[in-house]
Ligand binder design. Structure first.
Ligand code: GLA
Length: 372
């Protein structure tokens, strides 16, 4: 295994533990996590593998096979820069439980596709350290610690969805998560049995405003919740009444969050009833709401969604934070080629660079990798 070989080359010794953690796509429930709402993501077959041996002298050495060279070495956490902050942030959040580590990571999450490579990196490192140090943390505790690393160390005010999907995902299932109680359930998602497949359309664009706009949306939601006198937008029960009390952007944001929570519950109802083909309409409705009310889409995402549906998809939507990244489309297997052609043609006509297509199959969440 190449991550283990690289570890031995870099640090002269075998890693104590090796863990793999995946990226995710979100089926539905977008921008609801930090509003204490519902999400339904699933883990994808790509992720990060972390090989780790704890140290006792406070030194952190980190090497990525995606940026070869010498390991970056830190004697204090605040020396870390760039992608190493996601790794060092995890150690920082573990506090006195850890005092340095030798780490090698190897990732294959398509870069820039919005499939949460950063959550995969955090959860892989957190899981490997938890195992090596015998900390006994649960997958949800590891997800929370990883989110805290991203919030407090990296400075990105994300919710819990990406880390939870990475830590708790199960093969063949989506993860239904109540982001307030943190109760979760794995919901079977056997699209193949219904002649369907989920196609990821990676726009390969990332608009620069993404992080700033994310923080702004979150602040707007918190401000609206305060005005409505609720702890979080999850608690809005009378949407019409709430909308009367708000104006402008906050009104639109509330409209999205409240209806999106309903869409998550409706989609789960359809899955339970075996009406998988029918979920497409909810995906379309989610996209329109994200585009028009939450205003986090991008032309590349809108064109992908419209062209996918025109080409025969049952439904499609942007997935993840927005402003680029990927869309997902629910496609009858026999229409896959026609959907891809339709999207590629639409991109060509608009002068966008070609999108990338990937199959989204619900994969296993974080797990230990046995090393021989
Ligand atoms: C990003 C964040 C998540 C979530 C989504 C939007 O992926 O990391 O916590 O808020 O955006 O649903």
């Amino acid at each position: 295994m190449r991550v283990v070989e690289a570890f031995r080359d870099a640090y002269a010794g075998s890693p104590q533990t090796v863990w793999h953690a995946p990226g995710r796509v979100n089926l539905i429930g977008e921008h609801t996590d930090y509003n204490d709402g519902f999400v339904l993501p699933f883990a994808v077959p790509w992720g990060v593998t972390a090989a780790v041996t704890p140290r006792t002298d406070g030194v952190v050495r980190v090497l990525s096979l995606q940026s070869p060279g010498e390991p970056a070495t830190f004697t204090s956490y605040d020396q870390s820069k760039g992608w190493t902050r996601y790794v060092v942030g995890v150690l920082a959040m573990m506090g006195e439980a850890v005092s340095g580590a030798d780490i090698v990571v190897d990732g294959d999450v398509p870069q820039g596709a919005g499939l949460s490579s950063s959550a995969a990196l955090e959860v892989a490192v957190a899981s490997a350290l938890n195992d090596a140090l015998g900390l006994g943390m649960t997958p949800m505790e590891l997800a929370l610690l990883s989110q805290k690393a991203e919030n407090d160390f990296v400075g990105m005010p994300c919710g819990i969805m990406d880390q939870a999907a990475s830590a708790l995902g199960q093969e063949g299932h989506a993860l239904f998560l109540d982001c307030r109680s943190l109760a979760s359930r794995n919901i079977p998602l056997d699209l193949g049995a219904h002649g369907l497949s989920m196609l990821i359309i990676d726009t390969q664009v990332h608009h620069e405003l993404a992080d700033g706009e994310y923080a702004k949306r979150r602040a707007e939601c918190e401000s609206a919740a305060r005005k409505l006198g609720v702890a979080a937008l999850r608690d809005v029960t009378d949407l019409a009444g709430a909308l009367q009390q708000l104006q402008g952007d906050e009104r639109k944001r509330v409209m999205h969050v409240v209806t999106e929570n309903h869409r998550v519950e409706a989609l789960i109802g359809l899955l339970r009833a075996g009406a998988v083909t029918e979920i497409g309409a909810l995906l379309n409705a989610s996209h329109l709401s994200l585009r028009d009310q939450y205003e986090v889409s991008a032309p590349e995402l809108d064109v992908a969604v419209e062209a996918a549906v025109r080409g025969g998809a049952r439904g499609a939507r942007m997935t993840g934070g927005g402003f680029g990244g990927s869309a997902i489309a629910l496609v009858p297997v026999e229409r896959l080629d026609s959907v891809k052609e339709s999207v590629s043609r639409a991109y060509d006509e608009r002068g966008f660079s070609a999108p990338r297509f990937l199959p989204a199959v619900p994969a296993k969440g974080a797990h230990r990798v046995e090393v021989s």
